[in-house]
Design a protein around this ligand. Structure first.
Ligand SMILES: Nc1ncnc2c1ncn2[C@@H]1O[C@H](COP(=O)(O)OP(=O)(O)OP(=O)(O)O)[C@@H](O)[C@H]1O
Ligand SMILES: [Mg+2]
Ligand SMILES: [Zn+2]
Length: 508
């Protein structure tokens, strides 16, 4: 007898239907599973066999062939256990009921329990877009599945429960739909800009960076608050909309890093260690493609503390995603694309001893040492960092002062206002922020007066800037003008934007 059950495969974040067909024939006792990679087949076969037996059902002792179609789709993950088990039970006439249109996803434990799997959210979203609306998933994935409106999702604990649902022996209620608003937590962060004393220039630069989605580099001696400032960035980022939250959650679901809550409500803040490999940064991996840190930072912040400590190859690998805002991972059997639209914040000391350029401290490095240290960061990478800010040591009086510093909430309000202007401006352009402007938008929205051109020319020539740096200055100036509620870019906006390229002009 032949049976067919539907499951899903993931390519990147895109779900593709997979048919699990089982054929049971009289003949020599055998159990063949085709369409899965070798290692996975072996493990799945054993799990399914034990789970069926331990669920008080019969594992057929005859010739069994299970096929996962289409064959040309890469099938990864353990979530095919459940559809395989159901398909075998149907083919052996133990579940003679209609399951057309139902999608089965779940890993089986040897005792028949259903175990949580990764990637439920992107699979459900794709499946729903393809017309499927009835799903059976592991109970542990219920929260993640609850945000999809109009889907009938059963989150069950075991193969036995699945059989009871299919046969109608027991009635289960589908997962109740939850709205984003009901779970959106009060944003709670450990840090706040009000904790950072002084550092006016750096704080202003952070505000501009977040307002326009620009990348930022903090350069300064040790212990001046660079790491502290970076930790404050998420506290001034605009709240995520439901669409953004789903986008981010999909990635974290595939990465297997979703919290109990089932949805990501706070913007990501990723801080990969400087020993991180290119694969852990950009994604990839062995049998299963995993999104890397840059994709897990999608919609939020990627913080590279002590930038020169990262391997050259890892930093070079960032260049393409910084431009494209997505990453395509190529490996045996195909490619997968993950979004990687993040804000980059990097920090570094200005020289090996850390004191170069400080108003108070003395640098003991030779020019050659400084040059070697800085050359670890390539020009092309530096070029993609719109704001380079010097963070100098804080004065003792500032540190102990009781004068209240402006808190994150006030800065965030200004950021939101600047973002609203950008949303309106780019309504028909398919982008969200000034940083994402292409040549066409630069022309359309950033016309410069002759005075502005003259100021920009002077900066270009004295700082020896690249063409890319020039257009980045204009984009930052656009953001500064937006924070100023100014329809046009003025010379003061250009001047301030150019002042954040000091690292470029630092002739060493
Ligand atoms: N501007 C500041 N206001 C208040 N506290 C500060 C400030 N700068 C530094 N600190 C204190 O010093 C600690 C170290 O700061 P932080 O780690 O941010 O320095 P850093 O610039 O990242 O140094 P490094 O270059 O060594 O990484 C902070 O945890 C905080 O207690
Ligand atoms: Mg630090
Ligand atoms: Zn030095």
């Amino acid at each position: 007898m032949l049976s067919k059950v539907i499951s899903f495969a993931l390519n990147g974040l895109e779900g593709v239907p997979v048919e699990v067909e089982t054929d049971i024939n009289k003949g020599l006792v055998s159990y063949d599973l085709v369409g899965l990679p070798d290692a996975a087949v072996k493990e799945s076969k054993e799990r399914v066999r034990s789970a069926v037996k331990n669920s008080a059902m019969r594992f057929p002792v005859t010739k069994i062939t299970v096929n996962l179609a289409p064959a040309d789709i890469k099938k990864e993950g353990s979530h095919y256990d459940l559809p395989i088990a159901v398909s075998i039970l149907k083919a052996s006439d133990q579940l003679p009921f209609n399951t057309d249109g139902t999608v089965f996803l779940g890993e089986l434990a040897l005792d028949g329990a259903l175990r949580a799997v990764t990637g439920i959210l992107p699979m459900l979203i794709s499946a729903k877009a393809k017309g499927f609306s009835r799903f059976i998933v592991p109970a542990a994935n219920a929260n993640e599945a609850s945000f999809i409106e109009g889907a009938e999702v059963y989150a069950l604990k075991s193969l036995k429960e699945v059989a009871e649902l299919i046969s109608g022996e027991r009635v289960f209620s589908p997962v109740a739909h939850r709205s984003y608003d009901s779970v959106r937590r009060e944003r709670k962060y450990d840090c706040d800009l009000s904790f950072v004393k002084g550092q006016k220039v750096a704080k202003r630069a952070l505000e501009i960076a977040v307002a326009g989605g620009h990348n930022i580099l903090l350069v300064g001696p040790p212990g001046t608050g660079k790491t502290m400032l970076a930790r404050c960035i998420p506290t001034i980022m605009p709240d995520m909309t439901f669409e953004e939250a789903l986008e981010v959650t999909k990635i974290h679901s595939v990465a297997g890093e979703l919290s109990e809550e089932g949805i990501v409500t706070l913007r990501p803040f990723r801080t990969p260690h400087h020993t991180a490999t290119t694969v852990s940064l950009c994604g990839g991996g062995g049998s299963r493609v995993r999104p890397g840190e840059i994709s897990k930072a999608h919609g939020g912040l990627l913080f590279l503390d002590e930038l020169p400590e990262y391997s050259r190859s890892a930093l070079e690998a960032l260049r393409q995603p910084l431009e494209d805002r997505k990453i395509t991972i190529t490996r045996a059997g195909g490619t997968a694309t993950f979004p990687a639209d993040f804000m980059l914040c990097a920090s570094m000391n200005p020289c090996p001893c850390g004191n170069y350029g400080s108003a108070e401290l003395v640098c003991t490095c030779t020019p050659a040492q400084i040059k070697r240290y800085r050359s670890k960061i390539s020009g092309p990478l530096l070029d993609r960092i719109d704001l380079q800010v010097e963070v100098d040591s804080v004065k003792y009086d500032d540190l102990i002062s009781d004068r209240p510093e402006e808190g994150s909430a006030a800065v965030k309000a200004r950021v939101e206002a600047a973002r609203a202007i950008q949303r309106e401006r780019f309504a028909g352009d398919g982008i969200r922020t000034n940083a994402n402007m292409g040549e066409r938008q630069l022309k359309k929205y950033c016309a410069l007066s002759p005075e502005c051109e003259a100021v920009l020319r002077r900066a270009f020539e004295s700082l020896h800037l690249s063409a890319r740096a020039r257009s980045r200055i204009i984009k930052v100036a656009r953001t500064i003008a937006d924070l100023d509620y100014s329809a046009d870019i003025g010379t003061r906006h250009i001047l301030e934007a150019a002042s954040y390229r000091s690292f470029d002009g630092d002739d060493l």
